[in-house]
Design a protein around this ligand. Structure first.
Ligand code: SAM
Length: 486
C-alpha cells in the first residue's frame, strides 16, 4: 500500500462554503445531463452510512459548522437531523470527538499540516481533524478511526474523491502524529488572536497554565439550593463528590447530570463555582440579607444566578431576550420550586415603572472563560464579535443604571477571559456615571485560594485557580453602588 500523502483528485466537488457530504452544488444536475453521452463511468451508487460512520460525519459537520457559522457546538449538533437520529452513546461520542478537536486544535494542526499539500474543502479538513482527534487523543483504535473515516468518505459521491488522500494522511497520523502533536506546546491549542490578547494582559506563564486546563476533562460543579455547610457535606457524600465551598459540590466528571440523585427534586443545579461567585459576593456584602430585596437579573437565562437569588429569598425579576433560553429558565424554576417573575424582552428596550434594590448584569460576552466545558468558544468567536459584544456591554451598563433605586447595587459580570470584557467596561461606566462607586470585594474571605483574584476594580478568576481540584471558569465581576442622591 502506498502510504505517501498525495493530492486529492476530486470529481464533482468544490471547495469552501456550500460543500456538504450530502449535498451537491446547484448546477451539478445540468452539467451531469450535458455530459451524460460521454461519461462511460458506471453511475456512482451512494451507500447509507453505518452508525459508526454517521457518528463521525456528525462530528466533522459540527466542527466545520461551528467555525463557519460562529455558533456553539451544542446548537450546531442539535441542528443536524442525523445527530438526533443517533443513539445516546453515539451522540455522546460525536460530541466528544468534536469537543476534543477544538480542545487540541493546535496540536492536531501540527500533526496534519506536513501531511496535506493543498488545503481541502472545509468539510474534508474537518473530517481529517476529527479523525486525528480520535487517533491522537481519544484512544480510538487506529483501524477504526481510519477505516470508518475512509468508508464514510467513499459512501458519498461528493466526498469519494478524497477517500484515498484521507487514507494516506491518516495512516501517517497514526505513525508520525504522536511525535508531531507532542512537539507542540498546549498553548498552541489557543487561537493566536486570543492567546496574544491573554499574553499581553496576563503574561506568558499565566497563559501556559491556562492552556493546561484546556486539555483536561473538566469536573462538574453543582450549586445547592440550601447552601449550608451541613447540606453541602451531605450532598458531597451522597453523590461521591467533594464539598469545595459552602454551597458547591464538585464531581470528577460531567456525565449524565439529569440521572444524578437530587436533580429531579431540584436540590441543586449545574453551575461552575466561578459562575456562582457574583451572587455569593453580593450576599457577603449584604451579610446574607437578600430576603425580599427587589432584584433584576437583567440577562438571566438559563437562570443559574436567578435560582441562587431566589433561593436566598430575593424577589427576582428574570429578564432575557431569548425565548428558547427562557424555556430552560422556566424548567429550572419548576424543578427547584423556586419563584421569579420572568420577562422576555430586550434589556435595552425594556421599560418599567419599577426600580430595583439590586441589578445583576451577567452580560452577553464571548464566554471564553468557559472553555473547559465548551472548548468551541475559542473557535466560534472573532475579534469582530468581541468588539460587538463590548459595544453591547457599554450600552447595557448605563441602561441597568436607569432601573436602579438610589443607593442600589449594580453587579457586572462576564464569563470571559478577554481583558476588554472586564475592568475596562467598569472604568468606562464609572467615567460616565460618577454617581456610582465600586464596592471592594474581599474574595479570599469566601475562598482562601481567591486572594489573587482581587484586582484593582473587582475580581478576576482564572481557569488554573484551584487547579489541583480541577480549576474554575475564567470570570470577571464587580459590584457598584449608586449614590443615595438622585
Ligand atoms: C451570560 S448569559 C446569562 C447567563 C445567566 N445569567 C445564568 O447565570 O444562567 C447572557 C444572556 O444574555 C442574553 N441577552 C443577550 N442580549 C440581551 C439583551 N439585549 N437583552 C436581554 N438579554 C440579552 C442572552 O440571551 C443570554 O441568555
Amino acid at each position: 500500500m502506498n502510504d505517501r500523502p498525495h493530492k486529492p483528485r476530486p470529481r464533482n466537488t468544490s471547495s469552501g462554503k456550500g460543500f456538504s457530504p450530502h449535498g451537491r452544488k446547484r448546477g451539478d444536475d445540468k452539467r451531469r445531463d450535458d455530459n451524460r453521452g460521454n461519461d462511460r463511468r458506471p453511475a456512482f451508487i451512494e451507500r447509507p452510512l453505518s452508525s459508526a460512520q454517521m457518528t463521525r460525519q456528525c462530528a466533522a459537520s459540527a466542527v466545520r459548522n461551528v467555525k463557519q457559522d460562529g455558533l456553539p457546538l451544542e446548537t450546531v449538533l442539535s441542528a443536524l437531523p442525523e445527530y438526533n437520529d443517533l443513539d445516546p452513546r453515539d451522540r455522546a461520542f460525536a460530541r466528544l470527538i468534536a469537543a476534543t478537536t477544538f480542545r487540541r486544535a493546535g496540536q492536531i494542526k501540527a500533526a496534519l499540516k506536513p501531511l496535506i499539500r493543498k488545503a481541502p474543502p472545509a468539510f474534508i479538513q474537518a473530517v481529517l481533524e476529527t479523525a486525528a482527534a480520535q487517533i491522537l487523543f481519544l484512544g480510538t483504535p487506529a483501524h477504526a478511526a481510519v477505516g470508518e473515516t475512509v468508508e464514510l468518505l467513499k459512501a458519498k459521491k461528493a466526498t469519494a474523491g478524497f477517500a484515498n488522500m484521507a487514507n494516506a494522511v491518516l495512516r501517517k497520523v497514526v505513525t508520525d502524529g504522536p511525535r508531531l502533536a507532542g512537539a507542540e506546546a498546549p498553548r498552541a491549542n489557543i487561537p493566536g488572536w486570543i492567546r496574544g490578547a491573554w499574553e499581553r494582559s496576563y503574561g506568558r506563564p499565566a497563559v501556559r497554565k491556562i492552556s493546561l486546563q484546556l486539555i483536561k476533562d473538566p469536573p462538574l460543579d453543582l450549586t445547592l439550593k440550601d447552601e449550608t455547610k451541613a447540606n453541602t457535606d451531605k450532598w458531597a457524600e451522597t453523590l461521591g463528590g467533594k464539598a469545595i465551598s459552602p454551597g458547591t459540590v464538585r464531581l470528577p466528571n460531567i456525565g449524565n447530570v439529569a440521572a444524578l440523585e437530587g436533580y429531579s427534586t431540584g436540590e441543586w443545579w449545574a453551575q461552575d463555582i466561578a459562575a456562582s461567585l457574583p451572587v455569593r459576593f453580593l450576599s457577603d456584602h449584604l451579610e446574607g440579607k437578600l430576603q425580599d430585596k427587589a432584584v433584576l437579573d437583567l440577562c438571566a437565562a438559563p437562570g443559574g444566578k436567578t435560582l441562587q437569588l431566589a433561593a436566598m429569598g430575593a424577589k427576582v425579576t428574570a429578564l432575557d431576550k431569548s425565548e428558547t433560553r427562557l424555556e430552560r429558565l422556566h424548567e429550572n424554576l419548576e424543578r427547584t420550586q423556586l419563584k421569579a417573575n420572568v420577562v422576555c424582552a430586550d434589556a435595552l428596550e425594556w421599560e418599567t415603572q419599577d426600580r430595583f434594590d439590586i441589578i445583576l448584569l451577567d452580560a452577553p460576552c464571548t464566554a471564553t472563560g468557559t472553555f473547559r466545558r465548551h472548548p468551541d468558544v475559542l473557535y466560534n468567536r472573532t475579534p469582530k464579535t468581541l468588539s460587538q459584544l463590548v459595544r453591547l456591554q457599554d450600552k447595557l451598563l448605563p441602561k441597568a443604571a436607569t432601573l436602579l433605586k438610589p443607593g442600589g447595587l449594580l453587579v457586572f459580570a462576564t464569563c470571559s477571559l478577554q481583558p476588554e470584557e472586564g475592568e475596562p467596561r467598569v472604568i468606562r461606566f464609572l467615567g460616565e456615571r460618577p454617581d456610582f462607586r465600586p464596592i471592594s470585594i474581599v474574595a479570599s474571605k469566601r475562598i482562601e485560594a481567591l486572594k489573587d483574584a482581587e484586582i484593582g476594580l473587582g475580581v478576576r478568576t482564572f481557569p488554573y485557580f484551584q487547579s489541583e481540584n480541577g480549576g474554575m471558569d475564567g470570570f470577571y465581576m464587580a459590584i457598584l453602588q449608586a449614590s443615595l442622591e438622585k
